[in-house]
Design a protein around this ligand. Structure first.
Ligand code: HEC
Length: 202
């Protein structure tokens, strides 16, 4: 068995200047390279100073500017809803609203509005108020107790129309489903609605 070959580091170094026709030289670094190299460093330092101290540009402020521009665009595209229902008593709008009510709202509020899962819409009690604006907000944005937001589906116009229809539903002066003091049929009626809860009729 032949002895192990020596480790690479143990080979004798071949120190002649040219091996394989390739030589190692020690030429001065060309000026263009040094100019570029140090130029980059100087530029970097100046840029950091300019960016952090002198310019007020930052990705955060750029983001904030874009967000506020988008908000303005959004506000311009969807003007604040009217404070009052433009369709009070408008027969065509009410007919359209009736369709919407039957297809969507009746499932929870009953076709006559007397309430089922959702509260009665024909009793004198309004948990969230019954000004046009309150009602619009309720239907457009929903309410935490299980009332979904309908604006994405219906849009402003159809919400006003369905509310114009709700106004035409025959009203009751008794507390209905969802009102304090409401007694489900067959149970004992409480003596009176809790004080301060019943809003004056609508
Ligand atoms: C999925 C069932 C459901 C549907 C569908 C639904 N609602 Fe409601 N609605 C509710 C519930 C539940 C509440 C009570 C929310 C609360 O108390 O926070 C409510 C509350 C309301 C109120 C507020 C009543 C008050 O006392 O202030 C109004 C007005 C109303 N709904 C109108 C509508 C209209 C109009 C539609 C059709 C576009 C509709 N709802 C569709 C479940 C529904």
């Amino acid at each position: 068995m032949s002895p192990d070959p020596p480790e690479i580091a143990e080979y004798e170094r071949l120190d002649e200047a040219r091996r394989d026709g390739i030589g190692e030289e020690d030429n001065p670094i060309p000026l263009w390279f040094n100019v570029g190299f140090y130029g980059c460093i100087v530029f970097g330092i100046l840029y950091i100073i300019w960016y952090t101290l002198l310019s007020d540009w930052s990705s955060a402020s750029m983001y904030a500017a874009e967000v506020s521009a988008a908000k303005q665009e959004y506000a311009a595209a969807s003007p604040a809803p009217a404070e009052t229902n433009p369709y009070h008593g408008d027969a065509a709008a009410i007919a359209e609203g009736a369709e919407t009510f039957k297809t969507i709202c009746a499932a929870c509020h009953k076709p006559d509005g007397s309430g089922l899962v959702g509260p009665s819409l024909v009793d004198p009690y309004w948990k969230y108020g019954h000004s046009d604006k309150d009602l619009f907000t309720t239907v457009a944005e929903g309410r935490p107790g299980g009332m979904p937001a309908w604006k994405p589906l219906l849009g402003t116009d159809k919400i006003w129309k369905v509310l114009a229809y709700v106004e035409t539903l025959p009203k009751s002066d008794q507390p209905g489903v969802g009102a304090p003091g409401y007694a489900a049929p067959g149970t004992t009626a409480p003596t009176a609605a809790a004080p301060g809860t019943a809003a004056p009729g609508s």
